[in-house]
Design a protein around this ligand. Structure first.
Ligand code: UDP
Length: 192
């Protein structure tokens, strides 16, 4: 379910409903692209049609910010669940570890994705991290080849916004990945 705020799509889901859909799409070999939206991004996108297309072109626009809930309420909408990028990442990682699905961390400064992986393995020992790559590798073909060789089900991309969303949009068709989530500075948070 979706609502539109200033022309920008916002998904009306819960952590549980979105998790169920994403893991079902995985079984169906369907790709899903998740972008986090907050009031600043919505206002920017309402004045910038290419940014609006980028956001609306994703499959899920999660309301990462209470301001989005307030905007929904003001226009008579019904979005009451905040879904933050980092919490959704946690939920997907937990489910991936239960279902033996593979995850890949792409982005952040050298060493950060690896440190995030180690911290997450302490929390979820059965998690399968099939690869990590920092966000400063220049050769895009090398990035694509490395990710495809690792064959992940879920790819978390942390290049900052909107760079990570543009990268996902431009490369998703070349990747044998089901779920793409742009996660901003989340690897830095997990790495501690
Ligand atoms: N980053 C990267 N490659 C780049 C630019 C940024 O890997 O070319 C990483 C950076 O190291 C940081 C993240 O992207 O880990 C950006 O996080 P930030 O909190 O700035 O993103 P936001 O959540 O604000 O979009």
């Amino acid at each position: 379910m979706k609502e539109t705020i200033l022309g920008v799509h916002v998904s009306n889901e819960t952590y549980d409903s979105i998790k169920k859909q994403l893991f079902q799409h995985m079984e169906d070999n369907k790709q899903s692209f998740i972008v986090a939206v907050n009031p600043e991004k919505i206002i920017k996108a309402s004045q910038d049609s290419s940014l609006k297309e980028l956001i609306n072109g994703a499959d899920y626009q999660i309301p990462d910010g209470v301001g989005v809930l307030i905007a929904s309420k003001l226009q008579g909408g019904s979005i009451t669940n905040r879904i933050t990028g980092i919490d959704l990442m946690n939920v997907l990682i937990e489910e991936a570890s239960i279902r033996a699905k593979k995850v890949f961390f792409y982005g952040g400064k050298p060493g950060i994705a690896e440190a995030a992986k180690q911290k997450l393995l302490e929390k979820y020992p059965s998690l399968i991290v099939s690869g990590v790559m920092d966000g400063y590798v220049k050769d895009n073909q090398q990035i694509i080849d490395t990710i495809n060789a690792a064959d992940p089900d879920i790819l978390f991309v942390a290049l900052g916004s909107p760079k990570q969303e543009e990268w996902i949009r431009d490369n998703r068709s070349k990747l044998n990945v089901s779920v793409f989530q742009g996660v901003g500075g989340s690897f830095d948070v997990f790495a501690g």
